[in-house]
Structure formats: C-alpha cells, structure tokens
Design a protein around this ligand. Structure first.
Ligand code: MF3
Ligand code: CO
Length: 241
C-alpha cells in the first residue's frame, strides 16, 4: 500500500504542476489517468457507482465529487480540490489536495493552511490505543477554532482491498470515544472544510456537492497506516518528506 501511495502522490504532484489558469479539469483528468495506467495501476473512482472519471475536480464552492469537464477552465484565484485514487495488486490508495490556482488572497491562503493542518493534526492521533473520536475531534477543533466549519454529510473511511472499508471516519466528534485504533488499520482521513456554514447539497448532475451558502470549500486527504511505531502516511510523495 505504501508503494501504491507513493505512486499516487507522484501522479497528483504532476496534476498540481499542470493546474494553472487556462487549463481545463478534463486535461487534468486525462493526465492523471495516463500516469496511473502507465504505472500498471487502474483509477479507483472510474466505474465506481457509475462515476466516469479518474479525478474528482471540485472548484471553489464545490466540496467534493466535481466531474472533470473541458468546459471547466481554471482561472487565476480559484481553488481546486483534486481527489484521486488508484488500485494496484488489489490494493487501494486514496488522497486529495486543494490547490490554489495562480495567486489567491491571504484570506484564502489561511483557509487552505488551516484545512491542511487539520489533516496533519488528525494524522498525529493515529496511534494504537487511541480512539477514532480522537481523530475526528482533532479535525473539528482545529477547523472550528479558526472560524471555519467541517462538512457533516461526507466522511473518511478505512481502505485496503476495497476503496471503502470500516470504519467510517467523521471529521467531527468527541475525543476518547469510538473504536480503538489497532496496528495494521489503514485509514483514509479526509477533512472537508467550508469557509462558511457546514451545510452542503448535491447538484442535479447527481454528483457535484456544493456549499449551500456558496462559501469556499477545501479537501485534504491521506491514506494512513496505524503501526506500532505510530502513524505512517502512505500517500507521501517519495521525494518530498
Ligand atoms: N475519493 C472519494 C473517497 O474518498 C471517492 C470518490 S467517489 C467517486 O471516498 F465516485 F468519485 F469515486
Ligand atoms: Co477517500
């Protein structure tokens, strides 16, 4: 799973470098699918419940599950959440990142920083003996302290031989509650953070989830193994610590 995670992070890094004003989300999707297949892996989302793309590309007030399209062209100041998954040798890797397009305001930079930090805080709790609620609480407290909100309707998940396994991992909850974490568990921890209220709704395409109040949304995700010696992030880029 670590090899798969490194491969996934490498492909996503290429997507990040391509994500510039003037590029369509479909171009990003093509690039990602090519990279995954050239490595002998398959996109994890394509075909999942009828989903037709490799990436989920969610722009600005879109929270998750935005569908890549040649009509969606990136513009200076946008933020773009890219969610990507692959399967190789029967094992899944899953990760997401929100990318600033060109230059974004300081307010937006802070929003992205806090959102990413909430994932890092959660990862630090992924020790054997801790409880699932410790992870959930770490995300929620970091986000809410900064004045933002966590999405309730979508959650993280276990993964391994399936993309979605137990447990369900909410991004809100009480420390010290829920199942105990054990060595060998692999968790996709994925805070979805709104700048405004936490309410979301799904558009008529049946996929795209947006904030109800139109505020910006960010999404950061890593696949993380719980080991005897602590959390091991499987989806780190090999060259970038
Ligand atoms: N990356 C999402 C997750 O973490 C799955 C995307 S749903 C899909 O569970 F339909 F687009 F595949
Ligand atoms: Co996921």
């Amino acid at each position: 799973m670590e090899e798969n995670g490194a491969l996934l992070a490498t492909v996503l890094d290429g997507v990040k470098q391509l994500a510039k004003p003037g590029v369509s989300t479909q171009e990003l999707d093509r690039f990602a699918e090519d990279g995954i297949r050239r490595a002998g892996a398959v996109p994890a989302f394509k075909g999942y419940r009828g989903y037709k793309a490799t990436l989920c590309t969610s722009l600005n007030c879109e929270v998750v599950h935005g569908i890549p399209s040649k009509k969606r062209v990136l513009a200076e100041g946008d933020i773009l959440s890219v969610d990507i998954g692959l399967k190789k040798d029967g094992l899944f890797a899953d990760m997401a990142v929100t990318i600033p397009i060109g230059t974004v305001s300081e307010e937006v930079q802070r929003f992205l920083r806090i959102s990413e930090e909430s994932l890092e805080e959660a990862i630090r709790k992924a020790w054997p003996g801790n409880r699932l609620g410790d992870i959930s609480h770490a995300v929620q407290s970091h986000v809410e302290r900064a004045g933002y909100s966590v999405v309730r309707d979508y959650v993280g998940h276990g993964l391994g031989y399936a993309l979605h396994e137990e447990p369900v991992i909410p991004n809100f909850g009480k420390a010290g509650t829920g199942p105990r974490l054990e060595p060998g568990m692999v968790l996709a921890i994925e805070p979805m953070v709104n700048m405004g209220g936490y309410e979301v709704q799904t558009l008529s395409d049946g996929w795209t989830v947006v904030t109800v109040d139109g505020s910006l949304s960010a999404h950061f995700e890593h696949s993380v193994a719980v080991t005897e010696s602590g959390p091991r992030v499987l989806t780190r880029h090999p060259g970038k610590g």
